[in-house]
Ligand binder design. Structure first.
Ligand SMILES: Cc1ncc(COP(=O)(O)O)c(C=O)c1O
Length: 320
């Protein structure tokens, strides 16, 4: 049992690792999927780790001044993590989010004391499907507000605190909890922070571990594929950005593509068969692991992250 904590920030990380044997049996594949339940973090997503990592690095470097406003572009999860960390550490926080992300995310950030600014999607965009183009509009607004308020931009796509958090916590936790049994890691990328941090941590411990980047079907820019369908329902990532800073100079052993429908169906199976209530990207990660066990990595032990909670999608078509 963990000792009494001084704040909820100390409850970030150290999440359980669970075998998905019911799911693999149901799918008729050989091998093991180990799911890291990061939806059990205080903000119900893995991005709590990145939020804490970025704020701690900035405090250490002196780039974030006491009481300074923090601004971030977010699909909701990074903003929730930052809202929690900023509330505890005494920084006002402004979240800038696309209207295409689910409404419960904005409500949750407001409840945690954040100011939430919603940005219209591009004309013709579909609510619930945030494209790279929509994200550019949000980025422009986040830049404007940062300048206007002399704020600190958390900048999850560039600040090393993001991937370092996963390098220092998620990766080592995976290794330790599995007793060094992990042979493969697959991760649906947004900023690429968790892929970069976990991949570095795991390959340092065993260079033979193979790490796969997961992207939406039709938006696999990191894989070098033409982008034919930038809109997809897998919120939190799959922005079809070919030049993610954290992926530069980083080994990638393979690229996998998952459709929105596969992510949705797998998230539903995960809930029904394993009692794990994750979001779309959790479904994408597990669908990718099933793809690997059905092919190139049959019989292996594959680690994935359950990135956020299914509760964040109650207003979407994920749950009937
Ligand atoms: C639900 C969800 N899945 C996946 C990701 C992608 O994670 P990363 O930015 O570490 O690549 C995010 C990022 O915000 C997310 O919110």
């Amino acid at each position: 049992m963990r000792a009494v904590m001084n704040s909820v920030v100390e409850a970030i990380g150290d999440t359980p690792l669970v075998r998905l044997d019911r799911l693999t049996r149901h799918a008729g594949v050989e091998g093991t999927i180990l799911a890291k339940l990061d939806y059990l973090n205080p903000g119900f997503s893995k991005k709590d780790r990145a939020a804490l990592g970025i704020i701690e690095e900035a405090e250490r470097a002196g780039t974030l001044k006491p009481g300074q406003t923090v601004v971030e572009l977010t699909s909701g999860n990074m903003g929730t993590g930052l809202a929690i960390v900023c509330a505890i550490r005494g920084y006002p926080f402004v979240a800038v989010m696309s209207k295409g992300n689910s409404e419960e995310r904005a409500r949750m950030m407001r409840a945690l004391g954040a100011e939430v600014i919603l940005v219209d999607q591009l004309p013709g965009s579909v609510p619930g499907q945030v494209s790279g183009g929509d994200l550019e509009l949000v980025d422009r607004e986040a830049k404007r507000i940062t300048q206007e308020r002399s704020a600190f931009r958390a900048d999850q796509f560039h600040r090393d605190g993001n991937w370092l958090a996963h390098y220092r916590t998620t990766g080592p936790e995976l290794w330790q909890a599995s007793g060094g049994a992990i042979e493969v890691f697959a991760d649906f990328i947004g900023s690429g922070g968790s892929y970069a941090g976990v991949t570095r941590a795991l390959k340092e411990r065993d260079p033979a571990i193979r790490c796969y980047v997961v992207e939406p079907d039709g938006a696999a820019a990191a894989a070098g594929e033409p982008v034919s369908r930038p809109d997809h329902p897998i919120q939190g990532g799959g922005y079809a950005m070919a030049d993610l800073a954290f992926l530069k100079h980083l080994p990638v052993d393979g690229y996998l593509q998952v459709s929105g429908e596969q992510a949705r169906e797998t998230a539903r199976l995960l809930a029904r068969l394993e009692g794990i209530f994750g979001g779309f990207s959790a479904g994408a990660n597990v669908a990718a692991a099933l793809q690997l066990l059905g092919g190139a990595e049959a019989g292996r032990t594959i680690a994935v992250v359950i990135c956020d909670s299914g509760l964040k999608y109650l207003s979407t078509d994920l749950w009937g």
